[in-house]
Design a binder for this molecule. Structure first.
Ligand SMILES: Cc1ncc(COP(=O)(O)O)c(C=O)c1O
Length: 393
């Protein structure tokens, strides 16, 4: 399959003079997405906010339809949120856990999710079980299976951690959860838009999405998926007049779809542009995107591994577009600054996002260079040469 890289770059305005390898932080919006954002703001400016929302109601509705197509669910199983964290929290804090219940997670869990588990452990006395890794640094499936007993009420994990290229085995874990009849919450923040995600294939019951990373949407956007059959078991930690209807001074009725998790007010321009980003992703096809991202990242890792003193820090048998490394000769901040002086964007991961995994490996900080489909082999070569100039001049 040939990938139309010319189109991808033509539609990514900053490509001309910027090497953006920070797609796991926030990707570059392609022109159809940023044009949509500006267009909506102009309509709001010239027509009025409520009026624009009404005029664009179909397009705003399509956000749910497009996301549903991408992850294979019903549009009524989706809520629009301002971030993946918010989406995840809405599901997690609505999930009925009580004292003595166990929750299983993994070593690569996202830091904010760990904080939420600890808060619920302090508040209500749940027990947090961290499944160990196998020899590849991904979840040890056999060990996880052995941890399941009738006190385990939730399996919750991050698919792709923020601080490395690991892709955890979501599908195998979903199958384990399903066979034990335990709901499965998946943080797919780094994977939606990068890899094919099918909630039925993975058998996950709740999942969070962010707009700005591999979906290439605007900042401050996200989505929550909640399986229809699970919705009656969740109790949203807050409800407003959009999530529920006030019937009288003593009664209200909550919505029965996932939009009970939303607030009435939202950034409609960002939501509209997220719809454009979802459609843009669909126009490429997620299989082509994944193939391109994974092959570019593999090429990048190969090149980095040829440099003396560089150590790749990505774990797992399957690795994604997030490439992380350290160098004996320079610390990650120095490397990031050197890259920036050559108009190369990367980020560093201090480990707070993947603290359990970093502490286990004695890592304090790594360079995170994350590629997307619009990046090129030539850019990889340029990044590698620029690194070489710094550490092996
Ligand atoms: C694995 C993972 N989960 C959640 C988040 C949080 O996403 P957001 O900033 O959209 O809340 C991130 C952000 O880096 C992440 O990498």
């Amino acid at each position: 399959m040939t990938f139309d890289i010319q189109r991808a770059r033509r539609e990514t305005r900053a490509c001309e003079d910027l090497v953006h390898f920070n797609n796991a932080g926030a990707s570059l919006m392609p022109s159809p997405v940023s044009d949509a954002l500006h267009r909506f703001l102009e309509w709001e400016e010239t027509t009025g906010g409520y009026e624009t929302e009404k005029n664009q109601s179909q397009a705003l509705e399509n956000v749910y339809n497009s996301a549903a197509k991408l992850i294979n669910c019903k549009s009524t199983e989706l809520a629009y949120t301002e971030s993946a964290t918010r989406a995840w929290q809405l599901a997690f804090y609505a999930f009925p856990l009580k004292r003595g219940d166990k929750l299983i997670t993994t070593m690569a869990e996202y830091g904010s999710n760990m904080i939420a588990y600890l808060q619920q452990a302090e508040r209500i006395g749940i027990e947090i079980i961290i499944a160990p890794n196998d020899e590849h640094g991904q979840v040890d499936l056999a060990a996880l299976r052995n941890l399941i007993d009738d006190k385990v009420k939730l399996i919750s994990m991050t698919h792709i951690p923020t601080g490395g290229g690991l892709v955890n085995q979501a599908k195998s874990i979903g199958a384990l959860a399903k066979s034990a009849d335990i709901p499965f919450l998946l943080d797919a923040c780094q994977s939606v838009g990068q890899l094919p995600i099918d909630v039925d294939d993975i058998v996950c019951d709740m999942l969070c999405i962010t707009g700005r990373k591999y979906l290439r949407g605007p900042r401050g956007t996200g989505m929550l998926y909640v399986r229809e059959s699970l919705q009656p078991r969740l109790d949203p930690s807050s409800l407003d007049q959009h999530g529920a209807e006030l019937l009288s001074a003593t009664s209200y009725r909550a919505r029965t779809d996932a939009r009970q998790f939303e607030n009435w007010e939202s950034n409609c321009a960002a939501k509209y542009a997220l719809g454009a980003a979802l459609d843009y992703t669909l126009s490429w096809g997620i299989d082509s995107i994944a193939e391109r991202v994974l092959s570019l990242a593999a090429y990048f890792r190969q090149k980095l591994s040829d440099i003396d003193g560089v150590t790749l820090t990505d774990l797992g048998e399957v690795q994604c577009g997030i490439v992380t490394f350290i160098a004996a000769q320079a610390n990650p901040q120095t490397i990031k600054a050197h890259f920036a002086s050559h108009r190369i964007n990367v980020s560093t991961s201090k480990g707070s996002g993947s603290l359990v995994s970093f502490q286990d490996r004695d890592l304090t900080e790594v360079v995170r260079a994350s590629v997307h489909y619009y990046n090129t082999e030539e850019e990889v070569d340029f990044v590698v040469d620029t690194l070489r100039q710094l550490i092996n001049p």
